[in-house]
Design a binder for this molecule. Structure first.
Ligand code: ATP
Ligand code: MG
Length: 358
């Protein structure tokens, strides 16, 4: 028993004393009844004192080593049931025959269990919601594809006027499905934390220009201008995973186009901050976001205006992916936005020491 209980010690002492007084009193009464002698006679005092000491010691030893051990073992079993993973050493420290401490410990274990239970319930609710969202997202394109294929099978295949159109619409539905599944796959990997970053030095100005070129077609459909805030003649080298940063830029610039105004502008700036960081800002003058949505914006499947976004074909995964990638780099992402005025998404990156163009 590593932890010698103080209260139990006192308890054994008191109980032994009471039993001894009881036994000695019974002895004294029996003496009076059977021999008519008084126990306070000179020659009776020594045997009574000796009996008192012997009975007291025997009682005390019994309580101390047998009952206490018995209680200890019982409590140990309770602890082992409550905390199966507790090491034996810690178990011994926690176990005490002191009822107050025991009660306190059991309360703490119960409290911990409640917290664990709440967190498990939250996780279960989260999983349910996540699965519901996935099913919901996949349903629309799946039904579209199914609808066109069934129509084609029902005879439209022979109609030269519509067969190609229906096939291409079915193909668009499949494309959409692939897009969602790819995003989900990427997000799941990012959340599992098993995405290894391929870090090296590259010129972020070139990368942004590349994304501008790639999204030029989409931007021009809405007459949106993609531009830098100024001319960047010198390369700005950062140390990051080039492909992942490209994904971040693509998602953010794509959003600025999707939620931008016709004839609007998306402006990207790169500024050095602190000693070894740069901050990349993507600013648009589009529809903006109401303040109440900002705290939840980076959550999976979160969309501001569900009906509006459905028209745009978004599934609400883009920003969640952006956040994970930036956080995997150990960097930060910020958003500022005002409805009807525009939005600014910005993120930091590590600046490379090498200054030559990547
Ligand atoms: N630049 C922006 N201006 C206005 N609203 C924005 C902007 N960027 C994002 N949002 C809002 O935030 C929501 C979440 O964006 P996110 O990129 O995560 O999803 P999405 O664009 O709807 O779909 P996905 O990117 O997965 O195709 C969007 O639905 C939109 O309402
Ligand atoms: Mg998006």
């Amino acid at each position: 028993m590593a932890n010698k209980p103080r209260k139990a010690y006192r308890f054994s002492l008191m109980l032994s004393l009471l039993i001894t007084i009881f036994v000695i009193s019974v002895n004294a009464i029996l003496l009076v009844v059977f021999t008519k002698e008084t126990p306070f006679k000179q020659e009776n005092i020594l045997p009574f004192t000796l009996s008192f000491i012997v009975v007291f010691l025997v009682c005390f030893l019994i309580f101390r080593y047998h009952i206490e051990n018995y209680i200890y073992l019982k409590i140990k079993h309770i602890y082992q049931d409550l905390e199966p993973n507790l090491s034996d050493e810690l178990n011994d420290i926690l176990i005490t025959n002191d009822m107050d401490s025991l009660l306190n410990n059991v309360k703490q274990v119960a409290l911990k269990r409640n917290v664990e239970l709440d967190s498990l319930k939250d996780q279960a609710a989260f999983r349910r919601e996540f699965l519901g969202n996935i099913a919901h997202e996949l349903k629309t394109p799946l039904f579209t594809v199914q609808g066109y294929i069934l129509t084609l099978l029902d005879g439209a295949m022979k109609d030269e006027n519509v067969n190609k159109k229906y096939l291409s619409r079915a193909s668009k539905g499949v494309e959409r499905l692939i897009y969602i599944v790819k995003d989900l796959d990427l997000l799941t990997n990012l959340e599992k934390g098993n995405t290894e970053l391929d870090l090296f030095y590259f010129n972020i100005v070139d990368l942004i220009q590349g994304v501008f070129d790639m999204l030029e077609m989409q931007a021009s459909k809405s007459n949106i201008n993609l531009e830098f805030d100024r001319k960047y003649e010198e390369p700005i080298t950062v140390y990051a995973d080039r492909e992942r940063v490209q994904q971040v830029l693509t998602n953010l610039i794509m959003n600025s186009i999707k939620y931008g105004k016709k004839k609007g502008t998306t402006e990207v700036s790169i500024q050095p901050i602190y000693e070894n960081k740069v901050i990349v800002r993507i600013r648009d003058n589009g529809e903006g976001i109401e303040e109440e949505h900002l705290p939840r914006l980076f959550e999976r499947f979160y969309r501001v205006d569900k009906s509006g976004n459905r028209r745009m074909g978004g599934s609400g995964l883009g920003l969640s992916i952006v956040k994970h990638i930036i956080e995997a780099h150990g960097e930060q992402i910020f958003v500022e936005s005002q409805a009807e005025i525009g939005s600014e998404f910005s993120f930091t990156l590590n600046r490379g020491k090498v200054t030559a163009s990547a």
